[in-house]
Design a protein around this ligand. Structure first.
Ligand SMILES: [Zn+2]
Length: 162
């Protein structure tokens, strides 16, 4: 597995990468990453985590969550993942309205089994963790290093040949 590309995505910013089938994408970090993917040859075809969840009829959550206090308005940045992702895919003429609901990597939520209410948690990887994706088709992928109300950090994106 040879490293083809390695980029640091600064906190609360986005980046997009073209991939060919068979390549691997590694997303590494210690805070939340918002991830979207498109068919490179038909940008109207895109990965949608909400539909995938419904389709697969499952959701993964982990144990040991801790609640945090609600965010104060002054702690919310003037831009976030949607703007970061929209900006990242702009060179491919994808309109902001066509940026799908992202897959949130390294995000741990507590879900109340009775009410279905979702609570943010402070659970993040202690050391840099990573996930790898293999492109099953040529695709365009984009990431946003989530601001997480000021707690977000820079992330690393690497592309490998298979
Ligand atoms: Zn985000």
């Amino acid at each position: 597995m040879a490293l083809l590309q390695s980029e640091v995505v600064p906190k609360n910013s986005g980046a997009a990468f073209e991939m060919t089938r068979g390549q691997r994408l590694r997303i590494a970090g210690k805070s939340i990453v918002d991830f979207v993917a498109f068919n490179l040859h038909d940008l109207n075809e895109r990965f949608d985590q909400a539909r995938t969840k419904t389709n697969q009829v499952k959701i993964f959550i982990s144990t040991g969550e801790v609640d945090i206090n609600p965010k104060k308005p002054e702690e919310i940045p003037d831009h976030g993942c949607w703007e970061n992702l929209s900006e990242a895919v702009k060179p491919w003429n994808i309109s902001p309205d066509d940026v799908p609901s992202p897959f949130n990597i390294f995000q741990c939520m507590r879900i109340d089994p009775e009410t279905g209410m979702m609570y943010d948690t402070m659970i993040r990887p202690k050391d840099e963790a990573h996930v790898d994706f293999r492109a099953e088709m040529d695709c365009l992928v984009a990431v946003s290093a989530c601001p997480e109300s000021g707690r977000g950090q820079a992330i690393r994106v690497e592309i490998f040949d298979d």
